[in-house]
Design a protein around this ligand. Sequence first.
Ligand code: SF4
Length: 190
Amino acid sequence: MKVLVHICCAPCSVACIKELRSENVGELCGLWYNPNIHPFTEYKARRLTLVDYAKSIQLPLLTEGEYGLRYFISNIYPDYDNRCDFCYSSRLEYTAKRAKELNLDAFTTTLLISPYQKHELIKQTGERIARETGIEFLYRDFRPLFRQGQDEARELSLYMQKYCGCVFSEEERYRKKKKPIETKPEDEKK
Ligand code: SF4
């Protein structure tokens, strides 16, 4: 079987690729297509890390699409809170389309390894696209491998991102860490 593996980032790909290779599922080809990653410097850092990592493990890799802030925002406006639906659909639809054009048999995604993603939504989205395109969605629950893969990525000194990808996830990540502004008793009386 020939499988196109959508890769969200190098660290998440470590355990997924290892697992698929250990299963001998067939020929694997990686695909970088992530218009959801912002800002531009972050997009470049993640993309470059994957290009280098794929070379190091002899994984053929297609790097497609451009930095997509405008595309992403214009498609999720004004329903910012439900943005993940579009984010998963757009990336998996593109992956299935490319798999079909390349005459491959199946597609999958490294998003299936993250315990922080909406796993069921990714699964349902992949299955829907498989029905629509006739390309098999190779579903795996890679989540039990997440910690191991991240540890290995750190040992390899891969660039490790601090947030999911879009500008909204960056805000959520750092707002959570922000300490509440301390007020003095005299301020509270004002
Ligand atoms: S939080 Fe992550 S999955 Fe959801 S829209 Fe942003 S980048 Fe995509």
